[in-house]
Design a protein around this ligand. Structure first.
Ligand SMILES: Nc1nc2c(ncn2[C@@H]2O[C@H](COP(=O)(O)OP(=O)(O)O)[C@@H](O)[C@H]2O)c(=O)[nH]1
Ligand SMILES: [Mg+2]
Length: 261
C-alpha cells in the first residue's frame, strides 16, 4: 500500500508541471501506461503506430498474459511490469513506483485507443489541464466497439456523473485519457477503501477511471475532452464484465455523492 511506503517520485507533492521547463518542448513529462491481458494481436498491430518520441516513458502493465504479450513487449524494447495480483487497478497500484511522468496516459492497445490522438492529449495537457479525456462520444467521434448495452451504460454513467457530481462530460468512463499523476493521491484513487465494498458485493475488480471522472468534477478540476474515435477491438477478448462493473461503478457514484468531499 502506498500509505505505508515512501511515495514514488511521480506522486510527491509539487507543481504539476515545472513552469521553468523548456518550451516548445513539452512542459510535462509523460508516461504512457499500457495495461494488457492477453492482447498479443492488438499489441503487434497497434504499438508500432505509437511513436516513442511522443512520450517520455512507455510502461506495459501485464496482467499475467499467457499468449506471449509480455515476451513480445520485452523483445520490442518496452519496459514491462508483470503484476502479481489480479485486477487492473491492482496492477496500476503495483506499477506506480515505476511511473516517472508527472502526467499519466492510460492506453488500451486492443485497437480501441487511436494512437494519433495521443499527441493531441499531451498538447492539451500542456495547456494546463488536470485531465484530458479522449471522448468516444464528443462529435465527430464515434464508438465502433459499443453494443446496445455498453452504449446505454456509458451514456447512463456519464449522465449520472454529470448530474450527481457536476461534470460536463460526454464520456466519463473511457480508459484513454491523460491526467496529472498526482491526482491519484489527491483524489484518493489509491485507497482500497473506496473499492472494497462494491468489489466484494459484486465480486469483481474495478478500475479507477470512473471514480477519477466523478472526483475531478466534484473538485472542479480543469478538465477537457477531445474527440477520440473508438475502433473495434483487434483480436483478443473483451474483459469488461458488463453487469458487475455496471453495478459497482453505480454504487461508487452514489456513495461518493453522499460521502466524498
Ligand atoms: N494489466 C492488466 N490489464 C488488463 C486487465 N484487465 C483488462 N486489461 C487490459 O486493459 C485494457 C482494457 O480492457 P478491455 O477488455 O479492452 O476493456 P473494454 O475495452 O472496456 O472492454 C485491455 O488492453 C486489456 O487487455 C488486468 O487485470 N490487468
Ligand atoms: Mg477495449
Amino acid at each position: 500500500m502506498l500509505g505505508t511506503q515512501p511515495l514514488p517520485p511521480a506522486l510527491r507533492p509539487g507543481p504539476a508541471c515545472p513552469p521553468q521547463a523548456p518550451r516548445p518542448a513539452r512542459r510535462c513529462t509523460v508516461t504512457l501506461l499500457v495495461p494488457v491481458l492477453n492482447e498479443i494481436v492488438g499489441m503487434k498491430a497497434v504499438m508500432p503506430l505509437v511513436r516513442r518520441e511522443w512520450v517520455d516513458q512507455i510502461l506495459v502493465l501485464d496482467g499475467r498474459s499467457t499468449d506471449g504479450t509480455a515476451e513480445w513487449a520485452r523483445e520490442n524494447g518496452y519496459e514491462v511490469h508483470v503484476q502479481t495480483r489480479p485486477g487492473i487497478r491492482q496492477g496500476y497500484m503495483e506499477v506506480l513506483p515505476h511511473v516517472r511522468g508527472d502526467v499519466l496516459v492510460t492506453f488500451s492497445p486492443d485497437g480501441n485507443s487511436v494512437p494519433e490522438v495521443l499527441p493531441q492529449l499531451v498538447a492539451k495537457i500542456d495547456e494546463g489541464y488536470d485531465m484530458v479525456i479522449a471522448s468516444r462520444y464528443k462529435p465527430p467521434a464515434r464508438s465502433a466497439d459499443d453494443d446496445l448495452v455498453t452504449a446505454f451504460g456509458n451514456w447512463l454513467f456519464t449522465r449520472t456523473v454529470n448530474l450527481l457530481h457536476g461534470g460536463r462530460y460526454t464520456d466519463a468512463m473511457v480508459i484513454y485519457r491523460a491526467y496529472r499523476t498526482n491526482l491519484i493521491r489527491d483524489l484518493e484513487l489509491d485507497q482500497d477503501r473506496w473499492y472494497w465494498t462494491p468489489e466484494t458485493l459484486f465480486r469483481c475488480r474495478l478500475s479507477w477511471e470512473p471514480l477519477l471522472s466523478a472526483r475531478a468534477a466534484r473538485r472542479n478540476l480543469k478538465v477537457a475532452e477531445i474527440p477520440g474515435d473508438e475502433p473495434p477491438r483487434v483480436g483478443g477478448e473483451r474483459k469488461l464484465q458488463v453487469l458487475r462493473w455496471g453495478a459497482s461503478y453505480y454504487f461508487q457514484f452514489l456513495r461518493d455523492w453522499v460521502l466524498w468531499r
